[in-house]
Design a protein around this ligand. Structure first.
Ligand code: SF4
Length: 399
């Protein structure tokens, strides 16, 4: 049967990625639960190759949880260091070595790629939890761009969004506005985020939402973006360092891999944050760290956090639905504010600012993307009504 060409939209970095395997400092098979899809699990159970048969039998197990489905039907067992038991001593995957890449389960085949479709167009990104992907995505001084192409997709998308033609048109206007604003280097990253927050506040207040009603709003905000002193719009908003630090504590206290725990210990010590509380002294330390560490970093490497934000909007904003956009944008802003605290608290005296910042972002992503404390911080913010969500965003972002 002739294979069908599919339309796809990908960031240009996507095709540059190649797994560095044994040279990787942080294999994807460490620190996570690795799900095995049902079809592959059954194949592993019946594997006849004597070089791997016993190991496979020993190192996989059924998922007995209530939320089991065809994609998390089984799991690999983890060793005492929380690494996959199918890894060789050199950190290579023994399944791939012996049976070939085609024998990998869906999770291992796709990682670190993320695939979704919107109205049957494939959108593919890389996840920042992979260190090699993080370097490719973030270390692009020229910023991210995207290409549309046609090709044959061999791996199905597990996340599919469908919306009407009108909704899709509206969605694209909002998403393009968000990405263009994030890439507008005339303004600080904080100002770009605050302008998007203001725009989204107006977006959710529109009585009738369609491509025509959104157009004047986009034009109005594009006119704002031409102003030189746009940050003066926000100068009367009270800066809430205490709330920002308070939010950060539930993340800084989260226990994950040794590298993440070491990272958060350094940050808490530098900012004089103790495990459950912070002192007024912490606020002063944070202000000092912002001016001594964050501002010099951002004046040289703002593109790293810009690329982070653009990638996050491409990955998380997939529909025109106002609730979906607000939820996605709020979590992006919380991440940005937390990363700013991590960078401020960690980069003191660093001679390798760029590498250290990428390290922080990768570790943050790997440890928190499935973390319940992190999710509860976001849902605390999301429980507010829409109006206060945007004031919460402002509270998190303004420094
Ligand atoms: S984390 Fe990324 S580079 Fe490292 S082994 Fe996994 S896919 Fe390869």
């Amino acid at each position: 049967m002739k294979e069908q060409l599919q339309r796809r939209l990908i960031p240009t970095y996507f095709n540059e990625f190649q797994c560095i395997g044994g040279a990787c400092e942080d294999t994807c098979c460490a620190g996570w639960r690795i799900d095995i899809d049902q079809k592959t699990f059954k194949k592993y159970k019946k594997e006849s190759n004597l070089n791997i048969k016993k190991e496979l039998q020993k190192n996989i197990k059924r998922n007995r949880s209530a939320d089991v489905n065809e994609f998390n039907y089984g799991q690999f067992k983890m060793d005492d260091n929380n690494a996959c038991t199918m890894l060789t001593k050199d950190g290579l995957c023994s399944i791939q070595n012996i049976l070939g890449a085609e024998a990998l389960c869906h999770t291992c085949t796709v990682y670190p790629r993320e695939i979704a479709t919107i109205n049957n167009i494939f959108e593919k990104t890389l996840t920042l939890s992979c260190p090699e992907a993080a370097r490719i995505i973030l270390n692009r001084p020229e910023g991210l761009d995207f290409i549309e192409e046609e090709g044959i997709e061999h791996i199905p998308s597990l996340t599919n969004f469908t919306q009407s033609i009108e909704e899709n048109e509206l969605f694209w206007k909002v998403r393009i506005f968000m990405i263009d604003t994030l890439q507008n280097r005339k303004h600080s990253l904080e100002t770009r985020l605050l302008i998007i927050a203001m725009f989204l506040q107006k977006y959710i207040e529109l009585k009738s939402l369609n491509a025509q009603t959104i157009e004047p709003l986009v034009q109005k905000y594009n006119t704002y973006l031409k102003m030189d002193d746009l940050q003066s719009l926000f100068k009367n908003i009270h800066i809430q360092y205490d709330k920002q630090l308070q939010f950060s504590l539930s993340i800084l206290n989260y226990k994950s891999s040794k590298e993440f725990n070491d990272l958060t210990t350094v940050i808490k010590n530098n900012l004089k944050l103790n495990d459950n509380n912070f002192l007024n002294e912490s606020i002063e330390e944070f202000k000092l760290a912002l001016s001594k560490n964050y501002i010099p970093f951002i004046s040289k490497y703002a593109f790293i956090l810009e690329n982070y934000l653009v990638n996050a909007v491409f990955e998380k904003i997939k529909q025109a639905n106002p609730q979906h956009i607000i939820d996605g944008f709020t979590s992006i802003c919380v991440d940005f504010a937390m990363l700013r605290i991590f960078i401020s608290g960690y980069l003191s005296n660093s001679e390798s600012l760029l590498e250290d910042a990428i390290y922080i972002i990768q570790k943050y992503n790997k440890s928190l993307s499935h973390n319940s404390s992190y999710k509860s911080i976001i849902s605390n913010i999301l429980q507010q009504n829409h109006a206060s969500i945007l004031s919460q965003i402002t509270m998190m972002i303004r420094i």
